[in-house]
Design a protein around this ligand. Structure first.
Ligand code: NAD
Length: 437
């Protein structure tokens, strides 16, 4: 065992800044407040409930993950954020309709004290939304400077030691990289000339990263996943993670597909459909926002199944993903998957999955974990893309020229080995020959 990396202390106050106080953000904040008061358990959170095995299986050493690495405590978190609606966090949580009033009322004062700052917003990028709480500025550069002021004001008001910013705003329209995204210089020019290829989420990402804050993207839009902002992150020492929280149907896909592939079972088709009735569902009802989500959801199977390596099993796979906006269900999504499998001698089989999930209940522990791990990354001195956090995302950010790792179990191993590496513990390879020597 080596000494591990030097880690700045986890103490002090940490600001958790969220863009968009919608279903995911309010469920995260209200949940953390409820856990702090001992009203509920942080189920689904690796940082709060996970353990990490150290050394050989015979040593029986599996400390709690948050005792193994120094993480900020839940009591140290202070919440702030932006939204295009003026509702405070309590009202927003009521509108989102994820948590029951009985639990919200027990943390009402703390929630009601969180009032969103005016947002950077342009309907060009989210067509189904409009709201009054929006900043004005001549250029996108002006808007970025206003966000930087918000960040600095919040820090001094609450005497914060560190901050993390996470985009939990709506999914923006589908965009691909342009010249303005290729270098920091081009990007900053684009901010001044109001380049249309710089949407609101990139302006937030720019402001956060320029301030050296860790930044994550809970949605699938490009946001910080462009060379210009990765370059800025390396300059300012900002760790980055994204994109698109891996919850619901895609979470199950990345659990089941690696298993089918491990046994070399063929897949001829995978048809996924969902009904969803929250505001996210409404935004995704716009074909341009849906296209961003669809790309994020569809890439998963190709990378896991590797049809180029296994053409007989996966080269003809028909993968279809549908999201249907259906208001009566609110945040309680229902997903159906039909998987057409191929077995020995080409015999067909079918697998049906019906997942009645709660989207934001699956998302909230991820937001918490990503915030705490990004804060750790910052204290360790990691900057730029944090691929070890791909465990949490549908379209993990990754280095150019590398394919992303989507298999949930490889992702978890990568995450835990990164923690072992940080602490100087031997990495676990699962070879295990020594038990039989
Ligand atoms: N719920 C999940 O499980 C889940 C999973 C993966 C990804 N996501 C993504 O996370 C994001 C949030 O999801 P949600 O269910 O909370 O949606 P939501 O619609 O309830 O909340 C989004 C909030 O962002 C606000 N917003 C939009 N643009 C903004 C801007 N430019 N500045 C400030 N605020 C802005 C909206 O007003 C809204 O209140 C969505 O993009 C969604 O696709 C959610």
């Amino acid at each position: 065992m080596s000494d591990g990396l030097s880690i700045a202390p986890a103490g002090g106050k940490v600001g958790l800044l969220l863009v968009g106080l919608g279903a995911v953000s309010t469920t995260t904040i209200a949940g953390i407040l409820a856990v702090r008061k001992g009203l509920a358990k942080p189920i689904g959170s690796l940082t709060q409930m996970g353990t990490v095995r150290l050394g050989k299986r015979t040593e029986s050493r599996s400390p709690a993950l948050n005792e193994f690495v120094p993480l900020a405590g839940l009591d140290s978190l202070v919440f702030g954020g932006w939204d295009i609606f003026e509702d405070d966090c309590y009202e927003a949580a009521r509108t989102a309709g994820v948590l029951e009033t009985a639990i919200l009322d027990q943390v009402k004062d703390e929630l009601a004290a969180i009032k969103p700052w005016p947002a950077v917003f342009d309907r060009q990028y989210v067509k189904r939304l409009d709201g009054p709480n929006v900043k004005k500025g001549k250029t996108k550069k002006d808007l970025a400077e206003q966000l930087v002021e918000d960040i600095r004001r919040f820090k001094s008001q609450h005497k914060l030691d560190r901050m993390v910013l996470i985009w939990c705003g709506s999914t923006e329209v589908f965009m691909t990289e342009t010249a303005a995204h290729q270098s920091l210089a081009a990007f900053e020019k684009g901010l001044e000339s109001n380049d249309t290829s710089i949407p609101s989420s990139m302006i937030y990402a720019y402001a956060a990263i320029r301030e050296g804050l860790p930044y994550a993207n809970a949605a699938p839009n490009l946001s910080a996943d462009v060379p210009a902002l990765v370059e800025l992150a390396q300059q300012t020492g900002a760790p980055l993670a994204g994109k698109d929280l891996k919850t619901g149907q895609t979470l199950l896909k990345t659990i089941i597909a690696p298993g089918l592939k491990a046994r070399l079972l063929g897949v001829a088709g995978w048809y996924s459909t969902n009904i969803l009735g929250n505001r996210d569902g409404e935004v995704l009802d716009d074909p341009e926002s849906f296209k961003t989500k669809e790309e994020s959801k569809k890439s998963v199977l190709d990378y896991i199944l590797q049809p180029s390596l296994y053409p007989d099993l996966y080269s003809d796979l028909h993968h279809v993903v549908r999201i249907n906006y259906y208001p009566p269900r609110g945040d309680n999504k229902e997903g159906w998957d039909n998987i057409d499998l191929v077995g020995w001698l080409g015999y067909p089989m079918q697998l049906k999955i019906n997942f009645l999930c709660r989207d934001s209940i699956l998302a909230a522990p991820i937001v918490l974990d990503v915030a705490l791990f990004l804060d750790l990354a910052k204290r360790v001195g990691f900057s730029g893309i944090q691929e070890w956090l791909s465990f949490y995302f549908k379209s993990p950010m990754h280095a150019r020229g590398l394919y992303p790792e989507h298999d949930l179990f490889i992702q978890l191993m990568k995450l835990k080995n990164t923690l072992r590496y940080i602490r100087g513990e031997p990495l676990i390879t699962h070879l295990g020959r020594e038990y039989y020597d």
